[in-house]
Design a protein. Structure first.
Length: 189
């Protein structure tokens, strides 16, 4: 696959088969992530790969966060929350937790570290696509909860950026049309 074609044809794939993914492919994705641009070569990213029963760490974090919002629920309702939250951690055979490890408290440097980590995620998504894998970047409110940070063993100067769910696509989704660059570009000559 040519790089430019790969960039244009990559899409988020949320429904994947439960089939295992070769460790070599995950390692290749992680290697590609480390080639992302990063200001002053800080390499601020951290990765945690969850497979098999290791995904329960994520399910437990999702459950605990959901329980915080639940008040006066019956045992049946709590069990339903447990099942739903554990299910989120089983949507793919491999989940890569991506975190940023900040180099300082300076807000500009922190923004640059986040941006570099986002670029690392894009490299992983493109790599997955190039290897015939389906992948999707998920985030949302629970990602920034202290319970999630604890689940992934992050220190005080680190935070979660997202979860990359990886597997073999169940179905190939259609490419969604993108707006033209001309709609969001200003030329200054």
């Amino acid at each position: 696959m040519k790089l430019l074609d790969g960039i244009k044809s990559r899409k988020s794939i949320g429904k994947v088969k439960p089939d295992p993914v070769e460790k070599e492919k995950i390692e290749a994705m992680l290697t590609l992530a480390t080639y992302a641009p990063n200001h002053k070569m800080t390499e601020p990213w951290r990765f945690v790969v969850l497979t098999g029963e290791g995904r329960k760490v994520l399910g437990d974090a999702y459950r605990d966060i959901a329980y915080e919002k639940a008040e006066s629920l019956s045992i049946e309702q709590l069990m339903s929350i447990e099942t739903a939250q554990q299910g989120k951690a089983r949507r793919a055979p491999v989940i890569i937790g991506v975190a940023v490890s900040f180099r300082s408290e300076d807000e500009i440097e922190r923004m640059e570290d986040r941006a570099a980590t986002h670029a690392a995620i894009q490299n992983m998504l493109l790599g997955a696509h190039g290897m015939g894998l389906g992948a999707i970047w998920r985030s949302g409110e629970p990602m920034y909860h202290t319970r999630m940070k604890d689940a992934f063993g992050l220190g005080g100067n680190e935070e979660m950026v997202g979860l990359i769910y990886v597997g073999y696509a169940e179905l190939e989704p259609e490419l969604k049309p993108r707006k033209s660059f001309s709609e969001c570009t200003t030329w200054i000559g």
